[in-house]
Design a protein around this ligand. Sequence first.
Ligand SMILES: Nc1ncnc2c1ncn2[C@@H]1O[C@H](COP(=O)(O)OP(=O)(O)OP(=O)(O)O)[C@@H](O)[C@H]1O
Ligand SMILES: [Mg+2]
Length: 478
Amino acid sequence: MSKLLLIDDETDVQYSFQRIFDSPEIELTTASSGEEGLKIIPKLKPDLVMMDVRMGGITGLETLRRIRQIDSKLLVILMTAYGTTQTAIEAMKLGAYDYLLKPFDVPKLKEIVANALKAGRDMKQVVSYQPLLEKEDYELGIVGRSEPMQQVFKLIGQLAASDATALITGESGTGKELVARAIYHHSNRAQQPFLAVNCAAIPEQLLESELFGHERGAFTGATLQRIGKFEQCHMGTLFLDEIGDMTPATQTKILRVLQSGTFERVGGNTPLKVDMRIIAATNKALEQAVAARQFREDLFYRLNVVRVHIPPLRERREDIRLLVNYFLKKFARDQQRSPKSITSGVSKALEQYHWPGNVRELENVIRRALVVAKGDGILITDLPGEVTGQSTSISGVPVAAGEGGGSDLAGLARQLFQWARRDPKLKVIPAVERELVIQALKETNGNQVHAAKLLGITRATLRKRVEKFGIQRELSIK
Ligand SMILES: Nc1ncnc2c1ncn2[C@@H]1O[C@H](COP(=O)(O)OP(=O)(O)OP(=O)(O)O)[C@@H](O)[C@H]1O
Ligand SMILES: [Mg+2]
């Protein structure tokens, strides 16, 4: 349950909040003045404060200033019916999480509160490494005893003690974001904000305004000035996620900020200075992108000051057992149940699987197994087919594994190979070839010229395969 504190002198607003946030997930407390709010906060320890700007007694801004003296990280959203640019800037400078104009519609308000609470949880997420790993009931942490993970933990420690830019690389689901948060939590910027920007998720036109902010009237629709992430993150840590997906234009702009430490809001010409720590992450092979001229070399060198590479799970199989235990305990604790056990067959299957989606996939497999398991233990039948090698689709090809897996040819080949291993007598390449030929002929309605083209072979070769595999009978090809 999250604790929400409303500070507003209007009883109408208090009533509507009580109506809107009448839910089991939220415990709402109200205060009618800044002074009262300041008294309540140390005892209540709210997760989020929503506060009016204009109130009798001290103003919302002054209250925010004093809140910052007690708690540098408490999330505060300011609300006002009179939106002046100046208060907006002032509010953001004082570290307000957001600034809203009244009146707002209920769904929007709920969404904003939910997002803020989530951001708050993300920031609080206590990330612990090495020393805490020994504890039996460790808090949420990074698990791993393998040699490569030990190296990662050491690097986290070194990076936490410095202010160097870090580049975290690794396949999808290996824990890049977790590592970024760990560096932040142990750094001497831990009391300052941590902001994450997913460079792949924001459309190019918006990225600039998201990062740098904009002046009022900078473009159509820019009715208010906006403070960008860079500015909000002043003195803090900025996590640039999925940097391999940045467009060339954005790369250039980001490089400029990194080089000069200054930037301008979109539509503005006052250079603003920022002091922040950059942590970047990507699952792309950036060196290759540089070689292919898709990623700026100078930006690459700027970001690649200290590299933290997290190896895929299949290259550190000794961590699998540890992670499984960790997730079993974690989910049991979340659901306030006693942890379920696993049989040795299950443990073996989990340790042998190639985990294309890495730790995230493992986490999901355990979560799912706990849902479907009927008794006290997880059985082999509670695991998805691709993990146990049992799942085949109609054409005999394994179903692609979850998130992050099977989208590339290498991943598919890996799956095929795992599948083929179940039957030592199977002739893998001919079997795969046969399926491909059938597939191509089906797609082209039996047109051998087109099918051969799709497969990248000559028509003569195709015809030989059709004969060899006895496909005519199956497809009634002319
Ligand atoms: N070593 C680990 N110990 C415990 N949990 C882990 C570990 N590594 C990853 N996880 C968990 O796996 C999930 C995926 O991790 P995270 O989001 O950090 O991956 P990512 O590398 O950023 O993935 P993507 O490239 O897809 O964004 C998270 O739920 C995270 O908590
Ligand atoms: Mg990530």
